[in-house]
Structure formats: structure tokens, C-alpha cells
Write a protein that binds this ligand. Structure first.
Ligand SMILES: [Zn+2]
Length: 85
């Protein structure tokens, strides 16, 4: 598992969560249980949130390391498609 595309997915620090999520306008969705993992559709919480994933002009989240890995692939595929249009 390569982690060479760190710039597409931001590491996650609990202290900055609220500030960051409010800035990204996903705080309300997150705290009301409306934010789901991009890959497995699990509702994201403070306990299981692994990473934020920018996807299709929205900020999505991924839970487990496997989901983060899959999300990373998904994001790079979709951005490749956009670039080659
Ligand atoms: Zn997941």
C-alpha cells in the first residue's frame, strides 16, 4: 500500500476537527449523522473517521484504512478523468 498521494487526503487531528469541519461546511452533517463513508456507507463519527476525501467538488469522509485506500484510488481515478476530458 503506497501512501504517495498524501496531498489528496488530509491527515486527521481531533483538536482541529470542529474548526476544520465548520470551515468545510460539513460540521452539521457530521454531528447529525448524515456524513457517510465514501466507500462502505458507514455513518462517520469521531470514533471511526479516518480521513477526509475531496471528491466531485464535495468533502467526503472515509473510515477504515482500507476505505481510505479505496477512496484514494477513487479520487485519483475521477481526477484523471476530469483532466483528460
Ligand atoms: Zn468505510
Amino acid at each position: 500500500m503506497k501512501m504517495s498521494k498524501k496531498h489528496t487526503i488530509h491527515a486527521f487531528h481531533e483538536d482541529d476537527t470542529e474548526k476544520l469541519f465548520k470551515k468545510l461546511e460539513i460540521w452539521d452533517d457530521f454531528t447529525s449523522g448524515k456524513m457517510k463513508c465514501l466507500i462502505c456507507d458507514e455513518v462517520l463519527t469521531f470514533e471511526n473517521l479516518g480521513a477526509l476525501v475531496p471528491y466531485k467538488n464535495e468533502v467526503c469522509g472515509a473510515c477504515s484504512p482500507l476505505c481510505i485506500y479505496e477512496a484514494q484510488k477513487l479520487v485519483s481515478q475521477s481526477s484523471n478523468r476530469t483532466v483528460k476530458k
